[in-house]
Write a protein that binds this ligand. Structure first.
Ligand code: SAM
Length: 277
């Protein structure tokens, strides 16, 4: 009997689980070894303790390009060009590296710039050309810089816009305090729901990325509703954890899509972008 016939014969007997065990063990050990190696490299080379930064896998980038293309009705080629535009912005990259190195909390930040799903935020701003973007949750200000860079490009093409960035932490946003990015950013310190209530200009693009509890995310979307411009777009950075934006979209008669990112060479499983429009 040849090996294949023998395997098939054993598979039909009570010995099958024992015979299959070495192969199953090898598979899970290979997987766990990769996770352990990635985790060990991260522990030794990164300083980040939250809001991790990483690159996306090639496949994840491709899916993100199509996600933006469909939700913004923009050609996917153009979306890829916008990704490249952000990643080729050496002035922005140089500023983020230098500001990170000079920051008082540099011991908890990586100098190397990796935008992950924020390239999607950038492309959405380039596609929609909003006059007013609101981002809740700023942390160091990496997302604010990315959104501001897109607004500056839009302005150079005749479509100016401003970003209102909301955070409860007075130390937030140190990356977004330099010219030219700061020229289009209004940083507001306080609880995001109260700050949304106080907004005095219509919002064309809203991004939730603050307190990721279900209750807070829901309150932000409910509160911003009265402030939205016609055809505004809503984004959430919390889509891998809650269904809040999908439920809000259904209640308010919008469409909804979710993208889940895959980080390259990182133990973190990644976040995502939810969009309602
Ligand atoms: C995930 S980080 C934001 C990341 C940022 N958007 C980026 O692109 O890197 C979450 C931020 O939300 C802020 N935050 C938490 N609760 C908040 C609240 N109730 N109002 C406003 N900001 C809040 C935190 O201080 C923290 O800086």
């Amino acid at each position: 009997m040849d090996a294949t016939k023998l395997r098939r014969a054993v598979a039909r007997t009570r010995l099958a689980p024992i015979a299959g065990f070495p192969k199953r063990l090898a598979r899970v050990a290979r997987h766990d070894a990769t996770v352990l190696a990635t985790s060990a490299r991260w522990l030794l080379t990164s300083r980040e303790h939250h809001n991790y930064t990483y690159d996306l896998t090639r496949l994840s980038r491709q899916h993100l390009a199509w996600f933006v293309s469909v939700s913004c009705d923009a050609p996917v080629r153009q979306v890829r060009d916008w990704f490249a535009e952000l990643e080729g912005d050496d002035r922005l990259r140089g500023h983020i590296e230098a500001a990170t190195a000079a920051a008082s909390r540099r011991g908890l930040a990586d100098r190397h710039v990796r935008y992950a799903r924020r390239v999607g935020w950038y492309a959405i701003v380039r596609a929609r050309r909003p006059a007013h973007v609101v981002e809740t949750g700023v942390d160091k200000g990496l997302g604010s810089c990315v959104l501001a860079a897109a607004l500056l490009r839009n302005a150079a093409e005749g479509h100016p816009g401003r970003l209102t960035s909301l955070d409860i932490n007075p130390e937030a946003g140190y990356l977004a305090r330099a010219t030219p990015w700061a020229d289009v950013v209004d940083l507001v310190i306080g609880d995001s729901v109260a700050s949304i209530t106080a907004l005095d200009r219509p919002v064309d693009l809203f991004l939730h990325d603050s307190d990721h509890s279900r209750v807070h995310e829901k309150r932000e979307f409910e509160e911003v509703e009265a402030k939205l411009a016609p055809n505004a777009m809503l984004l959430t950075d919390n889509v891998t954890a809650t269904n809040v934006l999908a439920e809000h979209a259904e209640r308010t008669g919008r469409r909804f899509l979710a993208y889940r990112e895959t980080p390259a060479r990182h133990w973190y499983p990644g976040d995502g972008i939810g969009v309602a429009w």
